[in-house]
Write a protein that binds this ligand. Structure first.
Ligand code: FNR
Length: 364
């Protein structure tokens, strides 16, 4: 049930908090500014309720969905998050194995502490058909972006996820207070090693640039055969433009509340983005998904799938690969269960009319 899934996540979150270095815990849990966007992501789901439909003879729910480079995957995917080796010694390899075992997409972060090649190999060792996407920030130097794309292609990634919500780094209040701005000795952003401009044997910094535009996205698309999803879209006009530019998918996200603190909750931005996209490409949502009810609410509001960031990190920090596997299995089981309770045979059977605001507004 939703309660049980929330219970499991809460349990793993507590266990993670007890195990992690407090500075690393703050890095994972924190957001930008006053952490309003962070809090709103979960609150927005809490403000919504699902209206079940009855007697629809829907049969047992089939949860499989088609995403770019990931046909027949599951509707809860792993969002890209940085620095997994700070959570557990097995780091991203544990996450990759658990995602593959769950039959869902792993989005490898450009800021991973393990190379995308090693992550993809770990996923494929569990399931040769495992889908791995590579998330990247377009770099101001085009040859650096291209070198990263080649690495993702050689690793066998089946899509790129370009994160567009970071023209500058978000101002993370907890990290500033903790003076946490660099990985500790012995850890590095391994995808950035040996790139053009990196010191011999070393890594380059990940750059964020407010000078990037649609032309840069177009150049990326021209330089690869991989489908490109655009992550961090909240404005419907940007979603429409992205579809015109030929993106393969849109990820509605406020970056887990880590960039613009004044941004709305992802769930509240979703319906207008879904309207703008009008079914041309899949729309994903991430931010605040903590249960099957949250996932089904997003699916009913127009998402094809949802991503989870922090819950994966809680599982990883608490119990390594097993913890991530437990998080993903519970969210997927819970999603199927809530679909059944809503009278839906699959994500496509849901209607937006099944999502209502909580509160007395509808009472006589
Ligand atoms: C992130 N996120 C992120 N996004 C991205 O595109 N590249 C990245 O490297 C990271 N790194 C990262 C680190 C940590 C610690 C967090 C919590 C988040 C954002 C992530 O992909 C996603 O948008 C949010 O995490 C979704 O919100 P929830 O599920 O954490 O509420």
């Amino acid at each position: 049930t939703g309660g049980a899934a929330r219970g499991l996540l809460a349990e793993l979150r507590e266990k993670a908090a007890a195990r992690l270095d407090p500075v690393h815990l703050d890095f994972y849990e924190g957001g930008a500014g006053t952490e309003r966007a962070l809090a709103e992501n979960e609150r927005a789901f809490a403000r919504l309720a699902l209206l079940p439909r009855v007697l629809r003879a829907a049969g047992p729910p089939r949860t499989a969905v088609d995403l770019p480079g990931a046909p027949g995957t599951q509707p809860v995917v792993v969002a890209p998050t940085a620095f997994h080796r700070l959570a557990h010694r097995d780091g991203e390899l544990a996450t990759a194995r658990a995602a593959a075992a769950a039959g869902t997409v792993l989005t490898a972060s450009m800021a991973a502490t393990t190379t995308v090649g090693e992550m993809a190999a770990a996923a494929r060792a569990v399931d040769p058909a495992a889908a791995v996407w590579f998330q990247l920030y377009l770099q101001p130097e085009r040859e650096v972006t291209l070198a990263l794309v080649r690495r993702a292609e050689e690793a066998g990634c089946s899509a790129l996820v370009v994160t567009a919500d970071s023209p500058v780094f978000g101002r993370r209040t907890r990290d500033d207070r903790n003076r946490f701005h660099d990985l500790p000795p012995g850890y590095a952003a391994e995808n950035m090693r040996g790139l053009p401009g990196a010191p011999p044997g070393g890594t380059r910094d990940i750059a964020m640039s407010p000078a990037l535009g649609w032309a840069d996205l177009r150049r990326l698309q021209a330089a690869t055969r991989l489908p490109v999803l655009l992550k961090g879209v909240l404005h419907p006009a940007d979603a429409r433009r992205a579809v015109e530019e030929g993106v393969a998918g849109i990820v509605v996200s406020n970056h887990g509340g880590r960039q613009l603190d004044a941004a709305p909750a992802a769930a509240e931005a979703l319906p207008r983005v879904a309207d703008a996209v009008a079914g041309h490409v899949p729309v994903l949502l991430d931010g605040g998904v903590r249960s099957g009810s949250d996932a089904v609410t997003a699916l009913a509001l127009g998402a094809t799938a949802v991503g989870v960031g922090r819950p994966v990190l809680w599982g990883l920090a608490a119990e390594g690969e097993d913890g991530v596997a437990r998080v993903l299995a519970h969210l997927l089981e819970d999603t199927a269960h809530v679909l059944a309770l809503c009278g839906a045979g699959g994500p496509r059977d849901l209607g937006r009319d099944q999502v209502v605001r909580r509160g007395p507004a509808g009472l006589p």
